[in-house]
Design a protein around this ligand. Sequence first.
Ligand code: UDP
Length: 323
Amino acid sequence: MHIFLTGGAGYIGSVTTECLLDAGHKVTVFDSLELGHRAAIDPRATFIQGDLLVREAVREAMASVRPDAVMHFAAYALVGESMENPLKYFRNNVTGGIHLVEAMEATGVKKFIFSSTCATYGYPDRIPMTEDLPQNPVNPYGESKLMFERILLWAQERIGIQPVFLRYFNACGASERYGEDHNPETHLIPLIVFVAQGRRDHIKIFGTDYDTPDGTCIRDYIHIVDLAQAHILAVTGDHTGAFNLGNGNGYSVQEVIEVAREVTGHPIPAQVAERRPGDPDRLVAAADKARRVLGWQPQHPDLKTIITDAWRWHQAYPEGYAN
Ligand code: UDP
């Protein structure tokens, strides 16, 4: 298949591009490079630099490629920033997506694989989380992703778009070549790795008074390569609808730090800090639907492998993509 992939210079987009190419597919990456890295785009892919907010540019790019399917990764994805600047999130994550669907309609492309998030559920009333839980996002980031899911449902009903919503839990780890390089970095595992590399003094634990056995938040960490494989299954099969992508195993912040100490051999000093606003106690996926319907089988479910791969990548590329 030929995939038109937005955000291929970002973390999840770059690894998915690589996995699609390895599986024999063709990829055209459409990315503004505002946040992504040119060096993160697999050289086997075709690259079109462009901004999703420029409607004509999206339309022209799609018409020139005439792909079989679209995978849409490009988005702003920082919860805290979205609370500070909600309109920035709605403009990019919603309006940009609409331009993409308009371009698909003009070109006759139907399949749309959408990077959605467990943040669309807000505070879940059940763990593990199935796809039918109520979606009540608690920040503009999650709301923008939910809005676009709903827009895609109307596009399905009225113009025949075939959407798949992949609701990610905590993406982490790396492939051999591509890994996580955000600026600023806010995610737990890369920040822990920075401490082990001596780039930071300590890791802050955001709250130890949560309703969990050790008091720190529990999340479902999913290896980036497993996440990428789910996209390939979603695009090559005849699917629509929502799929939660996680391992179904929850690990606390404290457990993640302990595994990282074991992997890196570094003491990784930790300091207790204030809770971060909007953090639920637990977010753990029930990914049975993805396993059953997509035939998804995560190959790297254990936290030690995930952290080992993140550590290896950051050691191989200590400046990230800068060099
Ligand atoms: N976290 C932390 N210290 C940090 C960064 C994150 O304690 O420096 C916690 C955060 O509160 C959450 C978990 O680690 O409970 C995972 O956070 P991350 O930002 O990696 O992903 P999120 O769950 O927000 O998508």
